[in-house]
Design a binder for this molecule. Structure first.
Ligand code: RIB
Length: 294
């Protein structure tokens, strides 16, 4: 069984600020750093650091050449990453004194996927292989259609949520991982229990994971419902905490851990990630997660 993550690759420009800039305001940043990120890349990094062999597919612009080396050094297979003409995806991230962030996302190369490229990548995968997707790239509805036709198992983190999700046939997804805001946008419900109930009504055969930040996470499938509290830590930077959770949770399922154990590992990994600055760089290795004491 092969694991493919078809996802974004962004250059993250992270600015440390006292508070997130308000309308009409100009503020000074104490620090700026440029790191490799993107929900797709971060989740591939989390899978790799959790011990899963993963192929990443996605497009970079000309200034995104570092992704090849960093992926290879991290054990992420780059066979299906391609460079296209134009700007790489990038973000402007503000991180405030409490570690909370706000992000402007420029899609760049991530928005240049074509059906031909999708077909070219998926030709290398078959029934029983697993595909992980987020919502920072173009052609997600087509990728879901084609992956489903092939009999691949589809895990979808519809993040960030926008109207393009309405074009996706979520009935073809095996595991849906959303945070509280995405859950509200997807269902129109406002509380964790009503979000989960609405998702179950719409997608009765899908494993549903609702992450609630420092309040923990909920897993639901049929009669099985598990609540996992988060591990309390001092937040330095919450960027990529959700990606870390997703990568480690999916890794747990692939390694056939119990759902409880997968949730615990994912929650510990996310807790460690928020204690460190940056996105992909903050993602721990499984060895660190195993040693983590709450
Ligand atoms: O989830 C965190 C990621 O979201 C960052 O790395 C940034 O690239 C944005 O896409």
């Amino acid at each position: 069984m092969k694991v493919l993550n078809f996802g974004s690759l962004n250059l993250d420009y992270t600015y440390e600020v006292e508070h997130i800039v308000r309308e009409g305001e100009t503020i000074a940043a104490d620090q700026v750093q440029m790191n490799l990120g993107g929900k797709g890349f971060n989740q591939s990094m989390a899978l790799a650091r959790a011990g899963i062999s993963v192929y990443h597919a996605g497009l970079v612009g000309e200034e995104g050449i570092d992704f090849y080396d960093v992926c290879q050094d991290s054990g992420i297979k780059t066979d299906y990453i391609k460079t296209v003409v134009g700007r790489c995806g990038h973000t402007v991230i503000q991180v405030d004194e409490n570690g909370q962030n706000s992000i402007i996302l420029f899609g760049g190369a991530n928005r240049k996927n074509t059906k031909e490229y999708v077909d070219e990548v998926l030709a290398n995968f078959t029934s029983g292989d697993v595909i992980l997707l987020q919502n920072e790239i173009s052609e997600v509805p087509y990728i879901i259609e084609q992956a489903f036709k092939k009999g691949m198992t589809i895990v979808f983190n519809p993040s960030p949520y926008d109207e393009r999700i309405d074009e996706c046939d979520l009935g073809k997804v095996s595991t849906l991982i959303v945070n509280e805001t995405e859950g509200q946008q997807l269902t129109g419900m406002t509380t964790p229990s009503t979000i989960v109930a609405a998702m179950e009504a719409s997608f009765p055969n899908a494993k549903i994971v609702l992450t609630l930040g420092e309040k923990g996470s909920i897993y639901h499938l049929g009669d099985d419902e598990l609540y996992q509290p988060a591990f309390a830590v001092e937040a330095v930077d919450t960027t990529a905490a959700g990606d870390t959770f997703t990568g480690f949770f999916v890794a747990g399922l692939l390694k056939q851990y119990t759902v409880r154990d997968a949730l615990i590992k994912a929650s510990k990994a996310a807790a460690i990630a928020v204690t460190k600055p940056g996105a992909a760089l903050s993602i721990p290795f499984m060895s660190e997660v195993e040693l983590f004491e709450a």
